[in-house]
Design a protein around this ligand. Structure first.
Ligand SMILES: NC(=O)c1ccc[n+]([C@@H]2O[C@H](COP(=O)([O-])OP(=O)(O)OC[C@H]3O[C@@H](n4cnc5c(N)ncnc54)[C@H](OP(=O)(O)O)[C@@H]3O)[C@@H](O)[C@H]2O)c1
Ligand SMILES: [Zn+2]
Ligand SMILES: [Zn+2]
Length: 411
């Protein structure tokens, strides 16, 4: 299991190297037989990266400071490291704000058994352009831009050619990965970042930077599957399972699309906010079997954001004929259901991974056009460990966003 998840988190560390076994089988066998914690030798990674020069530019380095986890305790503290100089295709960014996603928590705590330290997490980044390389024409110094979970891809494979680079098997993650120069990538809880222009998006004028930060991962993670699975039509009935960072974006976006939205939550705690502030139409507590039964066969889709193992059947039964259960949570235990639950109703269980740069740009325009806002709690970097602790306890409404620019990082 760790290996399948490792592929999710870092495709180059798949460990599927034996001869004579087809790739998916190899991967599955590995995943079922042992838990590999040691990544492939760094020398292979270096070789792969060097062969792939088109992905970015590599020059001399400069220094920055971020907050890094050093071990699976996940405690972050100041960390100084080097960034490459701005090459021809690069944008040098001063970070203003960075959201805290549950994926950051999975990563710093080594939930998937594949974390490398020191690790500066953060992949919902909004900042200002400080400098651009000679090939960069889309961005100007002083502009406000965003960066999400990816900073590299191969540009040649089918997903890359189809503008869905998030499904490239050579994608590079904004942290806990290795860049084409063989150095670790580091994320957005840092003073500055250098990112190839392809992975930078313009933030439309009029949007406030801290409000936008959660869109760079949570927002597009919801927007992309609704778009891909043809679920943007007005009047659909959608379910949002788990009202956290991704879930609250789900309510906002689905409502703006004109859907009837049901929040399915583990408690009553968020009911009033969901109905009165976020604009949901209905609220179900998953343990209330009567209410769940009454809602059976009523939803066209469910965006499932629960980050831990959970039964699927109660939610499958909420779906109508041809309904879709779209898994978002990164869960390191197998999920179960009996087959008639999907057969009798031709239902689908599927998953979706963030969104492309193109979808991010589209979603930002949609967000602006509809005049949406996110519900966030802005905190200083010295609160970040507490914020992670509260996120783990399901105690945030609904996304922490770190004011990186207003924080003193090096103390
Ligand atoms: N697929 C992707 O591309 C993608 C992108 C972003 C995040 N993710 C993953 O999606 C999941 C959700 O991310 P998020 O940032 O929205 O997380 P989050 O803010 O922690 O929200 C998760 C929600 O799930 C519910 N929940 C039920 N059982 C829980 C438990 N034992 N612990 C914590 N929450 C529980 C809670 O909602 P209620 O109180 O309403 O029950 C909670 O607010 C994570 O696994 C994350 O890694 C995936
Ligand atoms: Zn995320
Ligand atoms: Zn590719």
């Amino acid at each position: 299991m760790a290996l399948l998840l490792h592929t999710w988190m870092n495709p180059r560390h798949d460990g599927a190297e034996e001869e004579g076994v087809t790739y998916p089988t190899k991967q599955l066998l590995h995943s079922l037989t042992y838990r590999r914690k040691v990544p492939r030798p760094i020398v292979n990674l270096l070789k792969e990266k060097k062969e792939n020069k088109i992905m970015g530019s590599l020059e001399e380095e400069r220094t920055t400071v971020g907050w890094a986890a050093r071990d699976p305790s996940g405690i972050l503290s100041p960390y100084t490291y080097n960034l490459r100089n701005t090459g021809p295709d690069d944008v040098y960014i001063k970070v203003y704000y960075c959201g805290i996603c549950h994926s950051d928590l999975h990563q710093i705590k080594n939930d998937l058994g594949m974390s490398n330290y020191p690790m500066v997490p953060g992949h919902e980044v909004v900042g200002e352009v400080l400098e651009v390389g000679s090939n960069v024409s889309r961005f100007k110094v002083g502009e406000v831009v965003g960066v999400g979970l990816l900073v590299g891809c191969c540009k040649n494979c089918r997903p890359c050619q189809s503008d869905i680079e998030q499904y490239c098997s050579k994608k590079i993650w904004s942290y806990n990965d290795v860049y084409i120069d063989g150095k670790p990538t580091q994320g957005g809880f840092a003073e500055t970042m250098i990112v190839e222009q392809k992975f930078v998006v313009k933030i439309p004028e009029g949007l406030t930077p801290e409000q936008v930060a959660p869109l760079l991962c949570a927002g597009v993670t919801v927007y992309s599957p609704l778009s891909h699975f043809g679920l943007k039509e007005r009047g659909l009935r959608g379910g949002i399972l788990g009202l956290g960072g991704v879930g609250h974006m789900g309510v906002k976006i689905a409502k703006a699309l004109g859907h009837h939205v049901t929040v399915i939550s583990s408690s009553e705690k968020k009911k009033e906010e969901a109905l009165e502030h976020l604009g949901a139409d209905q609220y179900l507590v998953s343990s209330d079997t009567t209410a769940m039964q009454e809602a059976a066969d009523s939803l066209d889709y469910i965006i499932d954001t629960v980050p831990v193992g959970h039964p699927l059947e109660p939610y499958l039964s909420l779906l109508k004929l041809d309904g879709k259960l779209i898994l978002m949570g990164v869960i390191n235990t197998p999920l179960q259901f009996v087959s008639p639950m999907v057969m009798l109703g031709r239902k689908s269980i599927t998953g979706s991974f963030i969104g492309s740069i193109k979808e991010t740009e589209e979603m930002l325009e949609f967000w602006k056009e509809k005049g949406l806002s996110s519900m966030i709690e802005v905190v200083n970097i010295d609160y970040i460990n507490k914020a992670f602790e509260r996120l783990e306890k399901n105690d945030v409404r609904y996304r922490f966003v770190v004011d990186v620019k207003g924080s003193k990082l090096d103390q």
